[in-house]
Design a protein around this ligand. Structure first.
Ligand SMILES: Nc1ncnc2c1ncn2[C@@H]1O[C@H](COP(=O)(O)OP(=O)(O)OP(=O)(O)O)[C@@H](O)[C@H]1O
Length: 312
């Protein structure tokens, strides 16, 4: 692979032909653009694919290496990486790779449309996804809301493996707000705890009204600490059932991802016996039912108290 530049601009209907493997892809639209490259929705015949051009050939190559190694460690899983090749355009060689297209929604869109009651299930699925990756010896590294797509009933897909790092090495790509080093919570070392820290920040970020970036930008660097994050966590009512697990993750005292996953599963099962179980049953009125139930209990307690005072 050689370096590509910003000439990787394609329009609907353009054909991209791999120089070495000869596969032809018809461009449908740009899916997204980040600091490392551009991702297009393309068609190989009638099959939708996601094709990524990298701005730096070396970075794209390391992403491809990580994806190959992860696929090799998970032979039962359907391969995510489908093709690696170069395209030629106006004398430039443009390295690209092709992956399975995930027809999902970004986290905030998904939760915005379905409701925040879906959060525990989506979070649990994300934790399991990370657990799968961790078992293969890798960490995701750059876990953030933009790199998580959600489909159907809360199934979670990770995209952008640019930060994927072999356990034990230094984390090579991260986003400040999700980074344990930024919050003085530990080293930028690829271990399970690194992803779990980002996982906890991600949910804090998703469940707060004011964006965490905006809040953090107002803090003096010396006040950007894990204690501050834990304080935010404590005041968030929606996160309270998960507070012990999320606190462990922020404090660097999390169990293994597998064990944390099991802990979340127990909490989810517990909430299935609770009236506020809309995310499990798909019943539209459960949240309202829970509120009505609590109101009825309050009224009964009040009547009891009035009766006792009247008796005396
Ligand atoms: N397999 C896929 N299926 C569907 N959409 C995808 C896929 N891969 C990437 N995308 C979309 O393209 C966007 C940009 O891709 P990607 O995150 O890989 O680029 P990047 O340059 O590495 O970004 P960043 O600067 O965040 O690291 C993603 O946020 C996602 O919305």
């Amino acid at each position: 692979m050689t370096s590509s530049d910003n000439s990787s601009n394609f329009n609907r209907g353009d054909l991209i032909r791999g120089k070495w493997n000869g596969v032809r892809y018809r461009v449908e639209r740009l899916l997204g653009q980040g600091s490392n490259g551009k991702v297009y929705l393309v068609y190989e015949g009638s099959r939708a694919r996601a094709l990524k051009f990298g701005f730096s050939a070396a970075e794209l190559q390391s992403e491809v290496n990580a994806l190959k190694a992860i696929s090799a460690a998970e032979p039962k899983q359907e391969s995510y990486l489908l093709d690696v090749d170069d395209a030629e355009l106006g004398g430039h060689r443009l390295p690209f790779y092709v992956m399975r297209f995930v027809e999902g929604e970004r986290l905030h869109q998904y939760l915005g449309a379905k409701g925040l009651d879906w959060f525990p299930l989506v979070a649990y699925n994300l934790l399991c996804k990370l657990g799968q990756l961790h078992r293969s010896g890798w960490i995701f590294g750059d876990l953030k809301a933009d790199n998580v797509l959600v489909t159907g009933y809360g199934q979670v897909h990770l995209v952008d493996y640019g930060g994927a790092t072999l356990q034990g090495k230094s984390v090579k790509q991260f986003t400040e707000i999700y980074d344990r080093g930024y919050w003085r919570g530990g080293e930028r070392l690829a271990d399970e705890g690194y992803d779990l820290f980002s996982f906890a920040v991600l949910w804090l970020q998703m469940m707060q009204k004011e964006s965490l970036e905006a809040q953090a930008s107002k803090l003096l660097p010396q006040n950007r600490t894990t204690e501050w994050l834990i304080q935010q966590l404590r005041t968030n009512r929606r996160l309270s059932p998960y507070e012990p697990s999320l606190t462990r993750m922020i404090n660097g005292k999390a169990y293994s991802t597998r064990e944390e996953c099991a802990a979340w599963q127990r909490l989810l099962r517990g909430s299935a016996n609770h009236p506020d179980e809309r995310f499990v049953s798909g019943n539209q009125t459960m949240s309202g039912t829970a509120v009505k139930g609590m109101f009825a209990v309050s009224v009964m307690l009040l009547c009891g108290a009035v009766y006792m005072v009247w008796q005396q």
